[in-house]
Design a protein around this ligand. Sequence first.
Ligand SMILES: NC(=O)c1ccc[n+]([C@@H]2O[C@H](COP(=O)([O-])OP(=O)(O)OC[C@H]3O[C@@H](n4cnc5c(N)ncnc54)[C@H](O)[C@@H]3O)[C@@H](O)[C@H]2O)c1
Length: 317
Amino acid sequence: MRVFITGGAGFIGSHLADALIARGDSVTILDNMSTGSAKNIAHLAGKITVHEGDIRDLALVEKLIQDCDLVLHMAAALGVKNIMEHTIESIDRNFTGSEVVLNAATKFDKRLIIASTSEIYGKNPNQPLNEESDRVVGAPQKIRWTYSDAKALEEAVAHTLHKTHGLKVTIVRFFNTVGPRQTGQYGMVVPRFIQAALKNEDIIIYDDGSQSRVFCHVQDAVKAVLTLADTDSTIGDYFNVGGVGETTIKELATKIIERTQSKSTITYIPYTDAYPAGFEDMQRRVPDITKIKKTIDWAPTHTLDSIIDSVAASLKN
Ligand SMILES: NC(=O)c1ccc[n+]([C@@H]2O[C@H](COP(=O)([O-])OP(=O)(O)OC[C@H]3O[C@@H](n4cnc5c(N)ncnc54)[C@H](O)[C@@H]3O)[C@@H](O)[C@H]2O)c1
């Protein structure tokens, strides 16, 4: 199968490329290398085709989509810090850029998977979140929600194109996905903490650390995406993809210190010292993964311990 991955030099995209090459598919990547990196795909040199460019380039996207059987749309601007510092550019990439991909997949009648996010549920306090949970987002001046808004609009366009034009799309809502190659540079908590722990530096927790998350290893997420893509009954549908085992950020930091045998200590700082004005957080974010389990018999295999070990091993290298 010929697979086209937008954002294929990024964290999840590059792991998708690995899995596809391993099973004998051909892979073409389009990436503007904004948060992605040539390093993530260097080991695939000669095995994949790489185009450095932007998903807003209509002619290029149409050409690449025309030549493939499956599109995995992973390209996006993400990372809370990144979104808050480059708001308009991020909205444009995530909404306008995705519209280009959605329209081209519709035009050439291609199977498409789009990467959405648990952020679309916002700060809905009713946890765990299932696919029918409401969006509860803050006021527009709380800039962090623009990522959630752009992704929700992308989903709405995908959903509508499926209904009106038969677009063969499946929507994947990733919850906190972690693993080798994810960078802590844009505020991702697991690589940021592990990097600090490996250097015996202070681990900085924003607020009091009582906020909780559930982490999913990227290899589990990749398996979910590829199985959904191979299952035609998932067309027109949407699925949470997340891990199991809720943990507070304080527990996460403590566990990371233990498992990496670090001498780091934990420091707490207020959100106002970490983010520009307009930030607000959600206290919990827990996925309900009943639907994907029932539909494609998928379940995450990694525990938080194995996730930490895997990220620590890759950062040591
Ligand atoms: N990692 C997570 O926890 C998580 C959670 C929810 C949703 N997601 C979604 O999964 C997808 C992949 O995320 P990731 O974690 O691999 O992030 P990433 O930043 O590593 O990957 C995104 C890739 O898209 C590329 N890109 C950005 N804008 C582009 C543009 N305009 N044109 C071409 N390429 C562009 C970047 O260079 C990068 O390689 C994204 O859509 C993201 O919103 C990720």
